[in-house]
Design a protein around this ligand. Structure first.
Ligand code: ADP
Ligand code: MG
Length: 340
């Protein structure tokens, strides 16, 4: 039998898109906090319950959303960050696809409370499964609060795949740590089941922020890195050979302010530490790469975690060599006499 070709409705399209953007509670936290950062916030609070499965609340003091725009922000491809394709290549904000709010809303219950500096009163918009339930004026500080409840309540198959409260919490904690390190000019507070897990100073000092999250032992064993070259700047801190991990969770890599999981950069770091760390152990690092946005493509995956570089082999060697040089010339690395 020949089947008719159908166009999917908006609701179904959003649910499918949600499959790419919203993998688990930590992806919701990442998208919402990135929106808060883009809104110029200096203070962001993340609250979760039950690994984010039941409840997540992100509160910021950013510029807010004007009352007449709040519904629009939940439409797919609604974004205030780009107007046309060229804007993609000179992008300074973390968002741009206009997909996050629409996707998250389609698989959860949401309350959004927001107020701009120009407005006397705030607006509260409530949605369920992407449908607007109510919109009303409400007292609110300038900024935005988004509450996401019952993630995947309407997609039982996906809900079943959520991991234990403990693993989902670990994943959210990891996302919050990475965002806080990458934005050390912003004060972060992270509350899990009513317990404060983390507060960062937001004093624009990376080392202070590292210490507030990872403690003194790591703070005391970091080698500073500051490399300037024609095409890129590489700044941050790398661990010496007395601190390392069994996995890569303490490898923080940011490209133009965006946390990424770049295979290329992580590979270069691994190579740079060869002979310095025990085999199969992983370095600790906090690295920020600034590069001309025209030389990278961040648009290869909806989560924007992987990134494509022009002249990638050259970049790989450059990063590997520079990190290796910094390691070998640091007084924090003990020098052993060769006995053979
Ligand atoms: P994108 O971030 O790709 O633009 P989103 O779906 O994440 O798309 O958000 C849609 C729009 O809603 C944003 O472009 C922005 O205008 C607005 N918005 C979302 N979150 C906030 C926030 N916390 N503060 C101010 N505006 C926001
Ligand atoms: Mg966004």
């Amino acid at each position: 039998m020949i089947k008719k070709i159908n166009l999917l409705d908006e609701y179904t399209i959003n649910k499918i898109a949600a499959g790419e953007v919203v993998e688990r509670p930590s992806s919701v936290v990442k998208e919402l906090v990135e929106n808060s950062i883009d809104a110029g916030s200096t203070k962001i609070t993340i609250e979760i319950q039950d690994g984010g499965k039941k409840f997540m609340r992100i509160t910021d003091n950013g510029h807010g959303i004007p009352s007449d725009q709040v519904e629009k922000s939940f439409l797919r491809h609604a974004t205030s960050k780009i107007l046309k394709i060229d804007d993609l290549y000179s992008l300074n904000s973390l968002g741009f696809r206009g997909e996050a709010l629409a996707s998250i809303a389609s698989v959860s219950k949401i309350d959004l409370i927001t107020r701009t500096g120009d407005e006397k009163i705030g607006t509260k918009l409530s949605l369920e499964g992407g449908n607007i339930i109510s919109k009303e004026p409400v007292g609110s500080a300038v900024g935005t609060t988004i509450i996401v409840k019952d993630l995947f309540f309407n997609t039982p198959a996906r809900k079943k795949f959520l991991k234990s409260t403990n693993s989902e919490t670990i994943s959210i904690t990891d996302v919050v740590n990475k965002l806080a390190i990458g934005n050390y000019n912003i004060q972060f507070k992270y509350i899990n089941n009513n317990k404060i897990m983390l507060t960062t100073p937001g004093d624009n000092n990376l080392q202070n922020t590292i210490r507030s999250i990872y403690g003194k032992d790591i703070y005391n064993n970091l080698i500073p890195l500051s490399i300037r070259s024609k095409n890129l700047n590489l700044d941050g801190f790398i661990g010496n050979n007395s601190i390392y991990r069994n996995n890569k969770t303490l490898q923080h890599v940011y490209v133009n302010g965006r946390y990424v999981k770049s295979k290329l950069i992580l590979g270069a770091i691994y190579e740079a530490y060869k002979g310095i760390l025990p085999i199969n152990k992983h370095a600790i690092c906090f690295l920020s790469l600034k590069i001309d946005p025209k030389k990278i493509d961040v648009n290869i995956h909806p989560t924007k975690l992987e990134i494509k570089f022009e002249e990638d082999q050259k970049l790989f060697n450059y990063i590997k060599d520079e990190i290796n040089k910094a390691l070998l010339s640091s007084t924090l690395i003990p020098k052993y006499e060769r006995t053979y």
